[in-house]
Design a protein around this ligand. Structure first.
Ligand SMILES: [Zn+2]
Length: 110
């Protein structure tokens, strides 16, 4: 396995995983559980969730997919930040679900 992406939080890692799986590229998220104990250990890249793919996947393909992901992230930056109604966590506008409790942003409208 090789690491292809370091996410800022578990939601971002899952977005990348979903994108890779839409291209039929099997992948794994590692370090996700460490994210939630980050207050207790020094914050380094090792405590962030990372996305891993099989060594056999060509770098060129990964680069193309990740370029798309980065473009989409950039274009979504205009979205307004929102606060999760369920747990009160402040969520960046480009995310549609709360990274803390997993509730969808849309549920807030109910
Ligand atoms: Zn929440």
């Amino acid at each position: 396995m090789k690491k292809i992406f370091t996410a800022k939080h578990p939601t971002e890692a899952h977005m990348v995983k979903g994108l890779l799986e839409s291209f039929n590229i099997p992948c794994q998220i590692r370090g996700e559980s460490l994210f939630f104990i980050r207050g207790e250990i020094p914050i380094t890249e090792d405590t962030l969730p990372t996305v891993w793919v099989d060594d056999g996947v060509e770098d060129r393909i990964i680069e193309e997919i990740m370029a798309d992901f980065n473009n989409e992230s950039a274009s979504d930056l205009k979205a307004f930040d929102w606060r999760c109604r369920h747990c009160g966590e402040y969520i960046e506008g480009q995310f549609t679900a709360c990274w803390k409790c997993g509730r969808e942003k849309a549920e807030d409208k109910i």
